[in-house]
Design a protein around this ligand. Structure first.
Ligand code: NAD
Length: 499
C-alpha cells in the first residue's frame, strides 16, 4: 500500500494499493483496444465528451481543493485558483479550439510538382497510448491538462501520479470514470517510478513527463531503446531582472508571490532576483519587510499564505542548500531555517544575498522557498548572468519600456520570458509551455502542445495521367528532361540584385 500523509499535520490521509508490475501488460492491452475505438469518434464529439468533466470538477471544486491542500500542503484557496480553476479553464479552451489546432486538413504547396497534378495535405492523427507521469507540486492541473489534450486528440492515457500525491491521482481517475468514455480509455497506475517507470516507457507510444531533470534524463535514455517519443517538462531556476524604471511596488509583490507560492515548489518560481545597483538597497529592504508579513501555518487555517513542503526529504534538501549558501558566503536576510513552531515540514520564507553568480545556490535548483538575490550594473552583464545557468524554463524582465524589455527578452535563453509578470503563464492554456537546456524538451499547452500528442500524417495525391518524368527509361528523352530540370534549377537562384 502507498500511504498518503498530510505534510502540514503529519496525519495519515489514506492509502492506495500499488499496481503490480504484472498488471501492466493487460493495462496496455486494454488501453490499445480502447484507443482504437476512441480514435474513430469524430474530433468534435470527443471534445464535447471530454468537456463534461468541467461540470463534475465545478460541483466538487471545494472538495478537490481541500484534497490537494491536505496532500501537498498548500492553502486550499491557492489550490483552487492555480489548480482546479486551471484545469477547468484549459479544458474549456481546448474544447473551443481543438478543431482549429488539429482538426483542419492543411494543403502543402509543392511548387513545380503541382504542374504535374500532384498535391499534398497534412493531417494530425493520434499517436496511440500516451503515458502521463506527473509531479507532486501541481498534482491536479498538470497531469489533468495533459490527459485532456491526449484524449481530445484521440489517444488513450495511462497516468502515473507521484507517490506523494496518490489521492489526487485517484481523484483524477474518478473524474474521468464519471464521464461517458470508453472503458479503460484512462487508467491510473500507482507505484514508484523506479518500479513502474521502465515498463511504462517501453510500452507507451509517447511519454509526457513532468518532474526533475535527473528523472527526465533517465526517461529519455530509456526511451531511446524503443524510440518512444518523449516530452519532458523539467526543473528550473527562473530569474527576474528589475531595471530602475520598473513599477517597483508591483515588482516587490510579484517576487514575493513568485518565490513563496506553493512554498517555492514551482518549476517556474522566481529563484534568482537580479536587481539594478541603483535600486538594490531600497528594493531589498521593501522585499524583506513584505516577506515578514507572510503568514506561514497549517494551510487549512484562515488567511495562511505559505504552507508546508511535501516531505522531510525535500525539507532537508532545502536546509542543506541554505547551509551550503552560508558556507559559500551568502547572507541570509530573512528565514533560513526550518520553522521551529510547526511540527509539519515547514521551511521559512528565505531570502539570501549572493555576491557571485557562480555559487552553487545560484546555479542549482532549490525546490523550496529560497530566493537568491544578486546585483547588476549593466544590461549585457545581467543577460550573461541570467543565461549562465543550466536551466531555461522561464524568466521575467521588469521595466516600463516595453521595447527595451522585448530587446532583453530576445537575448534570454528560456522557453518563456514574461515582461512585468512572473510564473503565471503556466495558467495560459493557449500559449506554449516548456523549457530550453536542462529544463526540458518539447512543449505543453495550446497548438504546439496538441502537436506533441499527435503525429503528422502527410498524404500525397497524384492525378497525373502519364508516367512521371524521372521514371525509367534513362534514354535520350530523359537527357532532354534533365536539361529542362537544369533550366528550372537555374531559375531558383536569387539574382545578384536580390542578394
Ligand atoms: P520527480 O522527478 O522526483 O518525480 C516526478 C515523477 O516521476 C513522479 O511521478 C515519479 O514517481 C516519477 N519517476 C521517478 N523516477 C522515475 C523513473 N525512473 N521512471 C519513470 N518515472 C519516474 O519530480 P518531483 O519531485 O515530483 O517534482 C519536482 C520537480 O519537477 C522539480 O524539479 C520541478 O522543477 C519539476 N517540475 C517541472 C515542471 C515543468 O513544467 N517544467 C512542472 C512541475 C514540476
Amino acid at each position: 500500500m502507498i500511504k498518503s500523509i498530510n505534510p502540514a499535520t503529519l496525519e495519515l490521509l489514506g492509502e492506495v494499493e500499488e499496481t503490480p508490475i504484472d498488471n501492466l501488460e493487460n493495462i496496455f492491452k486494454n488501453s490499445r483496444i480502447a484507443q482504437k475505438e476512441w480514435q474513430k469518434v469524430p474530433l468534435k464529439k470527443r471534445a464535447r465528451t471530454i468537456v463534461t468533466v468541467n461540470k463534475i470538477i465545478s460541483e466538487q471544486s471545494e472538495e478537490i481543493s481541500q484534497l490537494i491542500s491536505s496532500e501537498v500542503g498548500k492553502p486550499p484557496s491557492e489550490a483552487f485558483v492555480n489548480e482546479v480553476y486551471g484545469a477547468i479553464d484549459s479544458t474549456f479552451h481546448y474544447y473551443n479550439r481543438v478543431h482549429d489546432y488539429i482538426g483542419k486538413e492543411k494543403k502543402i504547396p509543392l511548387g513545380f510538382y503541382e504542374s504535374l497534378d500532384k498535391k499534398s495535405i497534412l493531417l494530425r492523427k493520434p499517436v496511440g497510448v500516451i503515458c502521463v507521469i506527473g509531479p507532486y507540486n501541481y498534482p491536479f492541473t498538470i497531469p489533468f491538462q495533459q490527459i485532456v489534450q491526449s484524449l481530445m486528440a484521440g489517444n488513450s492515457a495511462i497516468f502515473k501520479p507521484s507517490s506523494e500525491t496518490v489521492l489526487v491521482g485517484k481523484k483524477i481517475q474518478e473524474i474521468f470514470d464519471d464521464i461517458n468514455l470508453p472503458l479503460n480509455l484512462v487508467q491510473t497506475v500507482f507505484g514508484s517510478g523506479s518500479k513502474l517507470g521502465n515498463p511504462l516507457i517501453d510500452n507507451a507510444n509517447k511519454v509526457l513527463f513532468t518532474g526533475s531533470t535527473a528523472t527526465g534524463k533517465h526517461i529519455m535514455q530509456r526511451a531511446a531503446r524503443t524510440l518512444t517519443e518523449v516530452t519532458l517538462e523539467l526543473g528550473g531556476k527562473s530569474a527576474m531582472i528589475v531595471f530602475p524604471d520598473a513599477n517597483l511596488d508591483r515588482a516587490v509583490k510579484a517576487v514575493r508571490w513568485g518565490i513563496f507560492t506553493n512554498s517555492g515548489q514551482v518549476c517556474a518560481s522566481v529563484k534568482r532576483l537580479y536587481l539594478h545597483s541603483s535600486i538594490y538597497d531600497a528594493f531589498l529592504r521593501d522585499l524583506v519587510k513584505a516577506t515578514r508579513q507572510l503568514k506561514q501555518d497549517i494551510p487549512s487555517k484562515p488567511n495562511v499564505d505559505v504552507g508546508a513542503m511535501i516531505n522531510e526529504e525535500q525539507l532537508n534538501l532545502v536546509e542543506e542548500m541554505v547551509n551550503t549558501g552560508r558556507q559559500e558566503g551568502a547572507k541570509v536576510l530573512i528565514g533560513g531555517r526550518i520553522n521551529p513552531n510547526l511540527k509539519g515540514y515547514f521551511y521559512e520564507p528565505t531570502i539570501m544575498e549572493a555576491q557571485d553568480n557562480n555559487l552553487k545556490i545560484v546555479q542549482e535548483e532549490i525546490f523550496g522557498p529560497v530566493l537568491v538575490v544578486l546585483k547588476f550594473n549593466k544590461e549585457d552583464q545581467v543577460i550573461e548572468m541570467v543565461n549562465n545557468n543550466q536551466y531555461g524554463l522561464t524568466s521575467s524582465v521588469w521595466t516600463n519600456d516595453i521595447q527595451f524589455g522585448k530587446k532583453i527578452a530576445e537575448e534570454i535563453n528560456t522557453g518563456s520570458v514574461m515582461i512585468n509578470e512572473v510564473v503565471y503563464t503556466f495558467a495560459l492554456s493557449s500559449t506554449p509551455w516548456g523549457g530550453t537546456k536542462n529544463s526540458g524538451i518539447g512543449r505543453s499547452h495550446g497548438e504546439i502542445g496538441f502537436h506533441e500528442v499527435t503525429r503528422p500524417l502527410h498524404i500525397n495525391i497524384d492525378q497525373y495521367d502519364k508516367p512521371d518524368l524521372w521514371w525509367f527509361p534513362y534514354d535520350s528523352d530523359f537527357d532532354d528532361i534533365v536539361e529542362n530540370f537544369k533550366t528550372i534549377a537555374s531559375s531558383l537562384v536569387l539574382k545578384d540584385s536580390e542578394n
